[in-house]
Design a protein around this ligand. Sequence first.
Ligand SMILES: [Mg+2]
Length: 386
Amino acid sequence: MGEKPIIVGVEIHEFEYKLPNLGTDYNGFNIIYEPGHTLTRRACAVKMHTSTGIVGETLSSSAELATWPMFIHYLLGKNALERETLYLDIKRALRQMARVGIGPLDVLLWDIAGKHYGAPIWELLGGTSRPLPCYASTYHGDDQPGGLSSPEAYADFAAQCLGMGYPAFKIHGWGNAPVQREVATVHAVGQRVGGQMDLMLDPACELKRFGDALKVGWACDEERFFWWEDPYNDGGISQFGHRKLRQLVRTPLLQTEHVRSLQPHVDFALADATDFVRGDIGYDGISGVIKLAHAAEGLGIDIEFHGAGPAQRHCMTAIRNTNYYEMGLLHPKAPASSIPVYLNYRDGLDAIDANGCVYAPDGAGLGVELDWDYIMKHRTDGCEYR
Ligand SMILES: [Mg+2]
C-alpha cells in the first residue's frame, strides 16, 4: 500500500466542556443529576501526524497522557503501522508507571492504520458489521425530586428504557452505598422488569465491606441478575476476595475493569475470580482488549467492554464472545456523560435504534470527526512534540 506513515509529530490539546443539570456527590467525583447546575469537565484531544499526511485523532485525559514525555521521542520516526512492536516497547517503557498512557497511543495507531488502508477498524480486525445490543447504564443515585432518588425511580427508569427498546439495564447505585437501599433497588427493578430485560448491578466499589457485598449479591441472586460488577471497596482487584464471593453468590461476576494489561486479566480469570472479563480501551488500547478477547475466547468465556465510544463499537463488532455495549451514563433528566465533541457520532439515551442497538462507524479508522473549532475555542492547555 505504498509509502509507510512515519510518525512525525504529536499535538495534545486540553479543553473544557460543560454538562448541564449534572453535579457531583459526597466525594466530588461521582457524577449525579443536579438540576440547574452545570458541571465543567476537562478532556484532551490528541493528533498524531505522519509523513504521508494521515493524522490519527482520539480523545483522552491529562492523567492518562501524563506519561507521554517518557516515550514520545522514541515514537517520532517510527512506522505507525508497526503497532505490535510499538505496543510491546511502550508497555515495557511504562512498567514502573502502571502502564498509564498506552491506551490512547494504541487507539491513535489504529486510527492511522484504518485511514492508511481506507477501512474501518472493525474491518481491519476481520469483523462483520452488525447491530450491537446496548444496556442503559445509569448515573449514580441522587436525592433530587424526579431523579434517580429511590428504588422505585430506578424501576421507573428501567421500564422507560425497556419501552425504548433497550434489552438490558445496569444500575449504578448511590455514593457511600447504603446497603438496604441498594438491596431494595435490586428488588424494585427486578420485580418491575425482570424477565423482560437483562439486569446488571455495578456498585462501583462503593460498598464498604465484603459482608455488604454478600447482602447485595444475594438480592441479585433472587432477581436473577445477569451480572454484578465491582461490588466492594477492595477496588475491584482482589483475586482471592472475588473468588470467595463467587463461592457464596450465584450471580455471575464481571471483574477486571480496574486491572491493567493482559497478563493480570488472564491471571484473574484463572484464579476463578470472575465469570466475565472486563476490557477497558482507555487503559489497554484496542490491541490490549483484542488480545484479552482472544484469551477469553480460549477460556470459553466472554469479554464485556467498559464505557461508550467509537473504539468500543469497533472492537465489539470484530469479535463473537461479547454481549452488550455500555450506553451511558444515563438519567431520565440529564444528558449522557460522554464528551460532546464529535461532529458525526453520538452516544446517549436516544442514540439507539428501535431494537436497542447501535452500530460501529463505517468510515476509515475510528470513523469519527472531532469538532476542532469547539476544542480550540475551549482550549485550556496543551503541548506539541516534533
Ligand atoms: Mg463498572
